[in-house]
Design a protein around this ligand. Structure first.
Ligand SMILES: Cc1cc2nc3c(=O)[nH]c(=O)nc-3n(C[C@H](O)[C@H](O)[C@H](O)COP(=O)(O)OP(=O)(O)OC[C@H]3O[C@@H](n4cnc5c(N)ncnc54)[C@H](O)[C@@H]3O)c2cc1C
Length: 433
């Protein structure tokens, strides 16, 4: 029998258990973990470096990084945000470094630092960590007076435990979602988020490793215009949500980089519906639109007439990409500015500001990925992270229908939810023993 059972020994579970114990050291707390190891995702996170949070401290601003949860998280972030996460780790002797793009990592650049911190804390606070304890049943004993305050029975493959309060932090686990569904919760169907785009196209063949800032827009492919529009409507997605500006990286398989990953997150549902067959339109020079650029190209033609186009450094673009787009505009390696026709110039302006690529499938982004979907946010009280359907049951982390773009925001969702649930649980148990 425990005061609190935390379901799942991942990021949110550990953070929640530590905060409950810290607020009330008398409480008996257990973490049930199905695996033989805990915190396995933390271990591999951020390419082994653990991108633990993001240096965005404004609740409204940070919430804009969550395609699912944007509205609901503003309040929770007012209570607990990135600055609090930093303070938590700093208090425990872990310095977090902020990189130029805002991502925060432990100064050791090792996720093991975060794991060691959590394990030391659970040890210090007397929290029981029960591994190899796959949960197969969650039962509410409400109304059964013989059970007193112990209103939850949690069945694992080995034992059955009872608890006064439970914190469900099982991440994207389909079995637990199914149990919650049977208990009356709505589960938004899971689909992958944070992936890279598979593209086979001559223009990017042989130039992998090229990285540049670009404006990228998801558009329907020639064959699925109708389906695309219907999906936009179905998920209430604005076409502006499917446009992003940021670093784009050309890979062996297609395109990656923050600009692409951002689109994969905002488009997670609609792209799944389209079976990952769609197109993207890229403006490689986001400061220009097509007509403006054409005028600029005409001026270059007049001034630099004798120069070879391929060798002109006309814009701030990687050389290999420039070469590839020049070729795509039907301009040869030796053509000089003075030699080319108006049509070729127009082609070049089009390639530079609006080249279209067909995307055919997706690949996993190895540094970070999440699942969009989970417990419907309408069924959670965001002041406490308690279920509106089952009092005494709390959620934290990826189990709920919240996910973010890459950059440390997914962990912040786990830390914030776990902290708030922990405060609410402790308050209940401390004041109503
Ligand atoms: C490769 C990779 C890298 C990532 N890198 C980053 C990053 O750098 N920054 C970032 O912000 N986010 C990152 N993420 C996302 C981040 O890891 C998750 O959002 C976060 O771990 C969610 O925490 P959680 O506690 O909700 O779930 P999890 O960390 O997944 O923990 C859930 C735990 O519950 C256990 N569990 C599940 N079912 C049961 C059951 N039936 N019985 C008992 N236990 C169960 C699981 O085994 C697991 O230990 C990454 C994800 C991946 C996959």
């Amino acid at each position: 029998m425990f005061d609190v059972i935390v379901l799942g020994g991942g990021a949110a579970g550990f953070y929640g258990a530590i905060h409950i114990a810290e607020r009330n050291p008398k409480l008996k707390i257990a973490i049930l973990e199905r695996g033989k190891e805990v915190l396995t995702k933390v271990k591999v996170s951020g390419g082994g470096r653990c991108n633990v949070a993001h240096a965005e401290f404004d609740p409204k601003e940070i919430s804009k990084n969550y395609p699912r949860g944007e509205r609901e998280l503003v309040g929770p972030f007012h209570t607990y945000c990135s600055g609090d996460t930093m303070a938590f780790f700093e208090k425990r002797g872990i310095q977090l470094n902020i990189e130029a793009d805002g991502r925060m990592f432990p100064a050791t650049n090792s996720s093991q630092t975060i794991i060691d911190c959590f394990l030391q804390e659970t040890d210090r606070l007397g929290i029981k960590v029960l591994k190899n304890s796959s949960i197969i049943g969650i039962t509410s004993l409400d109304g059964n007076t013989a059970k007193g305050d112990y209103s939850w029975a949690i069945k694992t493959i080995r034992n059955t435990y009872q608890a006064k309060k439970i914190l469900v932090a099982t991440g994207s686990n389909p079995k637990i979602w199914e149990l919650l569904r049977q208990m009356g919760h709505t589960i938004i169907a899971p689909v992958p988020s944070l992936f890279t785009f598979n593209i086979k196209d001559e223009r990017i063949t042989g130039i992998q490793g090229v990285s540049t800032n670009a404006n990228i827009q998801i558009i329907p492919s020639k064959v699925n215009n109708g389906k695309f529009k219907a999906a936009l409507k179905k998920y209430s997605i604005q076409s502006s949500d499917l446009e992003s500006e940021g670093p784009l990286l050309i890979t062996h398989w297609g395109m990656s980089g923050p600009g692409i990953l951002r689109l994969s997150a905002w488009g997670a549902r609609i792209l799944n519906e389209l079976n990952y067959n769609f197109s993207i339109k890229i403006n490689w020079l986001p400061a220009y639109h097509e007509e403006g650029l054409l005028r600029q190209l005409q001026q270059i033609k007049e001034i630099e007439g004798r120069k070879t186009i391929l060798r002109t450094k006309a814009f701030d673009l990687p050389k290999r990409l420039w070469g590839s787009l020049v070729k795509a505009a039907q301009i040869s390696d030796t053509d000089k500015w003075a030699d080319i026709s108006k049509i070729q110039l127009q082609n070049l302006a089009k390639q530079l500001t609006g080249s279209t690529f067909r995307v055919d499938g997706k690949s996993t982004f190895k540094e970070e990925f999440v699942t969009a979907g989970g417990v419907d946010l309408k069924e959670i009280n965001f002041k406490t992270y308690e279920s509106k359907i089952h009092p005494g049951l709390y959620f934290a982390g990826e189990v709920i229908n919240v996910d973010a773009i890459t950059g440390g925001f997914n962990f912040q969702n786990a830390w914030t939810g776990a902290y708030i649930a922990a405060q609410a649980i402790t308050m209940e148990l401390t004041h109503k023993p």
